[in-house]
Design a protein around this ligand. Structure first.
Ligand code: PRX
Length: 678
């Protein structure tokens, strides 16, 4: 890694460029309110700078101190970092347990009887309010220990993989923590993913067990999770072999659905299993680098890749960022609206808040069911003080109208967060004024499944914000915007966002595929982690994330690889070829547009469009269904046969075709494509 003398973001600016008064676009800068700063964990820009500079210039000293202060260790680590690009090992020789750090450490403190998780289920279809449950730290500890014993009873041991496919219920957190307690590696699969996706993830991770529920609620309907698991376990590959053959047992949570088929000797009920176990389960003393979880995420090629994280570094990142970015205090009721099936749910619904002894609110349902004031009703009911959600949701709330939040008292809110996609300044301002009453700082947090924890973000008492910018890097993070050769570009120039130094919560690899790990993240720009995002730094050093620059789309905050959707489309018997691109969408940020070439003899009927959308839903999950399917006669290709996506994007967005088309094989294709929208 190249050595930096002084730490960015001041790298190419003068030291005074971080002085508040020198910030440009003064009119759009929001300075922290003095009363917020006085009480905040990090109280000033100068305090942030001092710690940031230390974290970059003396990372060993910084991380050693922070890791000792923040985490409870069974055995101390001997060395902070061993870095052999691209393999990082943090806190070498240390032993700890993540569940212990989230639960046991609070047992003999006043936190023990505080709410760890407040949960509300979706209201029932007939309008009755949703169920409510509160688990104190003591209760959660007990449930986690009991369920960890259930895992052991089924032969799950340290290092075994366990797939979790549950709705947003406290048992999802209990299952994750139970795995962490005994050193099993969890892989949570979002409940909206298909049977095929479950089978593929089992096959890739070699999971021995699936933890699921009979079903969950979504917008008044039930999602048949167990049925999907049955389908997943029945799927065969092209040679007739069972895809998910490694699964030996399935634990099923009783929640909502009847007619569940329980396969003898494989399927057992969660509540029955608890009858056989005690609540005593010592926390395993695990190595700092013990694998903790695998989370599958889309890339620009092939099937989703299993990003894996390990214990100490991940926990430290999740804990420290939760406390400092959200300024978490003992009295806060903190609500991150993400599903535990995404990394945001891992770090900021479960692990980060619990490691800080915080109160984390979990909600099962959708923001607009039964009515568009669901979120605001919950904020008022529980006195939520910190709300962390996605720009797509914020834009939807804007569209539904101010009257919905206007019905509720939102005065308990004191901090707002945004994550998952760029937030447009209009949405930022609406969030600030209508939801935050003009008094709540907004933290626009940039990070990824791979980074484990927040990377670029305001610290709310310290860093002035600008609507649309994720502002400055978190401690220990050295981002840079570079050109194709890996050279830092001047301010206000677009480029690729890279991270120049390893950080504790970084991914440790792609499960089972070190070559793909190196190729995807460590080959694009020499000696740097490549994020896949485009970015610009302004004259004040603030980072403005533009979005993905690889073939990954961000649809409503969900990462979707175009290659994955294309291969789902061509697996349909009517499709010969497909190309998928994004087009801007007012609500979702990006929408998926598929150009489809049908096999000869197949007629391009309107019903086929819906059939193809359903097919993609079945192959991947509803989140990946194309918004728009256009039948085309041919795709624009270069003479070497490469699809010219740039042109397709322009066609999909209804733009005039610009730029170089000289390498286009058949110019007529363009004219025909322009007519594909019917
Ligand atoms: O493109 C960036 C976008 O989401 C991608 C990461 O997606 P995922 O791994 O699913 O994690 C989402 C939650 C952390 C990034 O490469 N992204 C995430 N946060 C922001 C963002 N884009 C702009 N601003 C953000 N705050």
């Amino acid at each position: 890694m190249p050595k930096k003398k002084s730490a960015p973001p001041s790298a190419s600016g003068t030291p005074s460029s971080h002085n508040i008064t020198s910030l440009s676009h003064e009119a759009r800068v929001f300075k922290p309110a003095p009363e917020f700063s006085t009480a905040a964990h990090v109280k000033s820009l100068a305090a942030y700078r001092k710690l940031y500079d230390e974290s970059i210039q003396h990372p060993d000293k910084f991380w050693s101190r922070v890791a000792k202060e923040e985490l409870v260790w069974f055995s101390p680590f001997k060395k902070v970092l061993q870095w052999k690009e691209p393999v990082a090992k943090w806190f070498i020789g240390g032993r700890l347990n993540l569940a212990y750090n989230c639960l046991d450490r609070w047992l003999n403190t006043p936190v023990a009887n505080k709410a760890a998780i407040i949960w509300e289920g979706e209201p029932n279809a007939d309008g009755r309010p949703g169920e409510e449950r509160t688990l104190t730290y003591r209760q959660l500890h007990r449930e986690v220990c009991r369920f960890a014993n259930v895992l052991k009873r089924h032969g799950i041991e340290k290092g075994d993989r366990v797939l979790i496919y549950l709705p947003m219920v406290p048992e999802a957190a209990i299952a994750m923590l139970a795995c962490a307690r005994i050193g099993a590696v969890h892989s949570v699969v979002f409940g909206g993913f298909s049977a095929q996706s479950v089978a593929d993830r089992v096959a890739d991770s070699g999971a021995r067990m699936i933890i699921t529920a009979d079903g969950g609620y979504r917008r008044g309907a039930t999602v048949q999770l167990k049925r999907n698991v049955d389908d997943a376990l029945a799927l065969k590959d092209s040679d007739g072999n069972q895809i998910a053959a490694s699964v030996k047992s399935v634990i099923v949570l009783r929640r909502c659905c009847n007619d569940i088929h329980m396969k003898e000797a494989r399927d057992v009920w969660w509540h029955r299993e608890l009858e056989y176990v005690t609540p005593d389960c010592p926390a395993a003393k695990l190595d700092s680098e013990a694998p903790l979880f695998i989370l599958y995420t889309s890339g620009s090629t092939g099937k989703p890749k299993g990003i894996f994280h390990t214990t100490a570094g991940y926990l430290l990142g999740a804990k420290l960022t939760t406390r400092l970015v959200f300024d978490l205090k003992p009295d806060d009721v903190y609500w991150c609206t993400a599903d535990v099936g995404w990394v945001t749910g891992h770090s900021y619904v479960v692990y980060g808040p619990l490691a800080n002894g915080g109160t984390s609110l979990m909600y099962e349902g959708a923001p607009n069911w039964p009515e568009p004031d669901r979120f605001w009703r919950i904020v008022e009911k529980y006195g939520v003080s910190i709300l962390y959600t996605a720009p797509t949701a914020i834009r939807a709330f804007m569209k539904w109208g101010d009257e919905w939040p206007g019905k509720h008292n939102l005065k308990s809110l004191r901090l707002l967060g945004s994550v998952g996609e760029p937030i447009n300044p209009e949405a930022w301002m609406w969030y600030h004024n209508v939801i935050g009453g003009g008094r709540c700082p907004i933290v626009d947090t940039w990070w990824q499944t791979e980074t484990g924890a927040i990377m670029i973000t305001p610290l709310p008492g310290a860093i002035p914000t600008k609507p649309g910018s994720a502002t400055l890097p978190f401690f220990g993070i050295l981002p840079e915007v570079v050109d194709d050769k890996g050279v830092e570009v001047p301010r206000n120039t677009g480029g690729k966002l890279v991270i120049r130094k390893p950080w504790p919560s970084m991914l440790r690899g792609v499960w089972g595929d070190p070559v793909r790990f190196k190729q995807t993240y460590w080959s694009e720009v020499q000696h740097s982690y490549f994020t896949g995002d485009g970015c610009r730094q302004d004259q004040d050093g603030y980072f403005w994330i533009v979005g993905r620059i690889d073939d990954v789309l961000n649809v409503a905050g969900h990462r979707i690889g175009t290659a994955e959707v294309e291969s789902a489309l061509v697996s349909h018997p009517s499709v010969a070829e497909a190309a998928v691109v994004g087009r801007p969408d007012e609500l979702k940020g990006q929408a998926l547009v598929a150009f489809v070439i049908l096999k000869s003899g197949v007629v391009a009927k309107h019903e086929l469009r819906e059939e193809l959308r359903q097919h993609v839903g079945k192959e991947i999950g509803p989140v990946a269904k194309p918004d728009d399917i256009r039948f085309a006669e041919a795709l624009p290709k270069t003479r070497s046969g490469k699809i010219m996506r740039r042109l397709l994007k322009q066609v999909a967005s209804g733009l005039e075709i610009k730029g170089d088309t000289t390498t286009l094989e058949d110019y007529n294709v363009l004219a025909k494509l322009a007519q594909t929208s019917e």
